[in-house]
Design a protein around this ligand. Structure first.
Ligand code: HEC
Length: 466
């Protein structure tokens, strides 16, 4: 409403791009930065204490991989989240920035320190050739591990807040936003998850780097199996606590969240797949603990792929479950605030939108006005003819024959009740009719819809006369 809409036809406005960038970022941040740095620091320390240069060498090689990945793809996708959210959901990230300004500022300082520490740690590894220097070097690793965890700890506050704002909904206080109900369970869950996937990532690299040194491999398998098992137990208990704090209405979205609408009937199968994945982790963990010598090199690669699957799916489900909200009970995914909804429904959204062609629906401008209505109220989740295309969705409901315009108008009035993941329609009756006219026209023409980045911004010549 208050921002021009950046929109890419075919990919539902672009939320998938946010999702893709953010998921890659998390898949690097959790296992590599939060999980692997402390584990590698531990390896360095242990090697130093027990005079095992081969373990030190191995830790160094793995650190090289982690260093390259975190400072390139990891850092770039971190910035990419800012870029993509401010293009596709400026209202959401804008509101979050107002709430979390100092949290994010602190996070930025921590992140800068993290980057400096990783460079310092990695680049000075070889120079730490005396016990004295080695001890100092290990301390850099510890500082780095703390900073990596802290960046996550600060950002998790924002993610938890988006699902459940807790006391902030009354107080509007920064401290209440930072300590919203999901904060601790989610932080515990992610920390445990990071250690678990961090351990399996170090296994993964070890599989490649220890062809000629099975002794080092047995050591890594055995030591890190403890990390895997203990963190798996924590993942489980924090997971239950986390789940119990997710608002009821959002939990009800789980079937669609985990599998999408078409496959929601497979929820039972999905749950058993989840259980099998966890069981496999446990088996590999226990096996590595008791009989590390029997674990073949290739088996070390498997848990990493399962970890990617679990973490990726978790992020996807978490993002979906929050629908229809971008900030729970405060702002819908299309940027409409809950407290302005009734007003817009009676007064009309176009009248109060900044970047639209028409401020009032007339018989002549109906289709154009309807396009603006689509852009404001649907385009953050639906495309026209591409992914999650609005035409496909109506076809699912009404079939390939003729669609009844009145039926469509009344659907818009109740869509948030029948599909709880969609926000209520934020406009008046004339705007519903305009949207339906636009969709019916689109069905005939299948004309591509351009975003503000290609169309330019549009402001009506005559300002509203009210
Ligand atoms: C918060 C995101 C979101 C917004 C905003 C949104 N939708 Fe949806 N809509 C969805 C999702 C997700 C589905 C189900 C997708 C699937 O098939 O899994 C859906 C399904 C539908 C369906 C299929 C029927 C049903 O109930 O499942 C129709 C029709 C539809 N949307 C129309 C609209 C229109 C028109 C708008 C704008 C007024 C809109 N949607 C706004 C997310 C959204």
């Amino acid at each position: 409403m208050d921002f021009p809409s950046y929109y890419l036809d075919h990919i539902a406005g672009g939320r998938l791009i946010i999702g893709l960038i953010a998921s890659i970022h998390v898949l690097i941040n959790h296992p590599l930065a939060v999980g692997a740095y402390p584990i590698l620091t531990f390896m360095e320390w242990w090697a130093h204490k027990h005079h095992r240069p081969d373990i030190d060498q191995l830790a160094y090689k793995i650190t090289f991989v982690v260093f390259i990945v975190t400072t390139t793809i990891g850092a770039m996708t971190g910035v990419g989240i800012w870029l993509s959210t401010s293009l596709f959901a400026p209202f959401g990230i804008g509101s979050l920035l107002r709430v979390f300004f100092f949290g994010w500022f602190a996070e930025w300082l921590v992140f800068i320190s993290e980057v400096c520490l990783i460079m310092w740690w990695f680049l000075s590894w070889k120079k730490a050739d005396t016990p004295e220097k080695k001890r100092k070097h290990i301390k850099i690793g510890i500082a780095l591990s703390i900073m990596s965890w802290l960046t996550m700890a600060l950002i998790v506050a924002v993610l938890g807040f988006m699902m459940n704002t807790g006391d902030w909904s009354q107080s509007r206080a920064f401290i209440d936003a930072m300590t919203a109900p999901l904060y601790l369970p989610q932080l515990g869950f992610r920390t445990a998850f990071a250690f678990m996937t961090g351990a399996v990532f170090v296994w993964f690299c070890t599989g490649f780097f220890t062809k000629k040194n099975p002794q080092a491999r047995y050591w890594v398998i055995e030591k890190l199996s403890h990390v895997t098992i203990v963190s798996l137990i924590f993942v489980f208990f924090f997971g239950i606590w986390y789940w119990s704090r997710i608002p009821e209405a959002m939990r009800a979205n789980q079937a669609v969240a985990l599998l999408s609408q078409g496959f929601s009937g497979w929820l039972g199968k999905f749950h058993s797949l989840l259980m099998w994945t966890v069981a496999t982790f446990l088996v590999i963990g226990v096996g590595g603990w008791i009989v590390p010598r029997l674990i073949p090199r290739w088996a070390l690669l498997i848990p990493t792929f399962m970890g990617i699957w679990l973490l990726g799916h978790f992020e996807r489900a978490r993002e979906f479950m929050r629908k229809p909200w971008v900030i729970a009970e405060y702002m819908y995914s299309n940027g409409i605030r809950k407290d302005e909804l009734r007003f817009l429904q009676s007064e009309g959204m176009l009248t109060h939108a900044t970047y639209v062609k028409h401020r009032k629906v007339t018989a002549e401008n109906r289709i154009e006005a309807g396009q603006d209505v689509f852009m404001i109220s649907c385009s953050r989740c639906h495309s026209t003819t591409g992914i999650n295309g609005v035409l496909d969705k109506f076809t699912l409901m009404y079939g390939p024959g003729d669609w009844n315009a009145d039926g469509m108008v009344s659907f818009l009035g109740t869509m948030h009740k029948t599909s709880t993941f969609m926000p209520p329609f934020p406009g008046n009756r004339a705007e519903k009719e305009a949207l339906v006219a636009y969709i019916l026209d689109l069905r005939k023409t299948r004309k591509p819809l351009e975003g503000a980045q290609t169309e330019g911004i549009r402001i009506p010549e005559t300002q509203t006369s009210h």
